[in-house]
Design a protein around this ligand. Sequence first.
Ligand code: NAD
Length: 257
Amino acid sequence: MSLTDKTAIVTGSNSGIGLGIARSLAEAGLTVVINSFTDSEDDHKLAADMAAEFKTDVRYIQADLSKADQARALVEKAGACDVLVNNAGIQHVAGIDEFPTEKWDAIIAINMSSAFHTTAAALPMMRKAGWGRIINIASAHGLTASPYKSAYVAAKHGVVGMTKVVALETAEEEITANAICPGYVMTPLVESQIPDTMEKYGMDRETAIREVLLDRQPSKAFATTDQLGGTALFLCSDHAAQITGTTISVDGGWTAL
Ligand code: NAD
């Protein structure tokens, strides 16, 4: 089975993990749709540069995934969807009694409900093509919890649950649905927290990373966006055809604790 005639949509892919996965899929020769809620020159340039680098089609399609109709329209506008990577996500940290309702609603909408809407729109296309891969980027927080992250943990557990349902509904077809559960991944967002953490705790860079940021990650190393891309690509391969309805942790041992 060749991946070069397949089209992948990666939600929330103008930075971080989504970008890493989009790059791995483009490098493997898939046509790739990258997405975010913005519609800047940089977004379209990112797609053009990736197309030139990997000599494949890469398009940017704007869609605000907090909105059900825009999530569905993203798939319709792409026109094809053999691989769907639901990656878009946001975070807010606060105690449950102080958690702002609008933050709860936004996290549930973007981190969980958008995956339902894109999947609902993409499944008929996958069924028509007779092949499909649904890859939901959940989190170690889809399997375990941390305080102050009620909406995020609820949404990520929800994504893991929905992944199992999609897998059961497509079990006899050449369609798989799985969730990747990263621990801490080195993204621009994480990199930007390092100086503040060093200052707050009076630590050097290495100690701040090891003792604070990677407190719960036994490997004491970040996962990389490239490793997440490789995991997604593996799930697209023939070797993964019987892997469905499950989670793959890329968390340096976090959930083994
Ligand atoms: P990031 O902030 O770099 O990327 C998030 C992406 O989602 C961006 O492209 C952003 O534009 C997009 N996005 C946000 N709101 C959107 C909206 N309304 N509509 C469309 N796109 C939207 O963060 P990241 O660390 O790369 O996170 C990507 C995913 O991985 C998230 O689902 C996150 O929960 C998950 N994750 C991250 C880590 C980590 O350590 N970085 C760990 C576990 C899981």
